[in-house]
Design a protein. Structure first.
Length: 133
């Protein structure tokens, strides 16, 4: 199964350890699914950790390298303009490029789509429910 995590999942997993988002990331580490990401998603994740959580550069760089080793990092060929928030469009681009089965997000705009070009868009709780039965 191919899965794309929204930036908010990464932020929750690493800025708030011990939570459900970290549990999802650990499932990827265990090989339960193939995680996909993009340079845009990783860049936004780094910016959020630096700006909102005051992460130091070395810590942010170390995290991005770790995600980069785990995830398949794609370079989307098309720019999409489906939603008004550009970072949301970057998530859709990654999913389209990787032919992902799922996008996992807490973003209400993405969730309102429910599906995008064959990719289901689900909240973290539903995602974990599929793997932790």
């Amino acid at each position: 199964m191919k899965v794309v995590f929204d930036t908010n999942i990464y932020i929750s997993a690493f800025a708030i350890p011990g939570g459900r988002a970290e549990e999802a990331y650990l499932l990827a580490l265990k090989g339960k699914f193939t995680l996909y990401s993009s340079v845009s998603i990783l860049t936004e994740t780094a910016q959020e950790l630096r700006n909102k959580f005051d992460w130091e550069e070395y810590k942010t760089t170390r995290l991005l390298k770790s995600i980069g080793r785990l995830a398949v990092v794609v370079k989307p060929q098309r720019r999409l303009h489906v939603l008004p928030d550009d970072p949301d469009n970057r998530i859709l681009e990654c999913a389209e490029e990787s032919k992902a089965n799922l996008i996992v997000t807490g973003d209400k705009h993405l969730l309102s789509l429910k599906t995008f070009r064959g990719t289901d868009i689900i909240p973290l709780s539903e995602f974990l429910g599929r793997f932790l039965k």
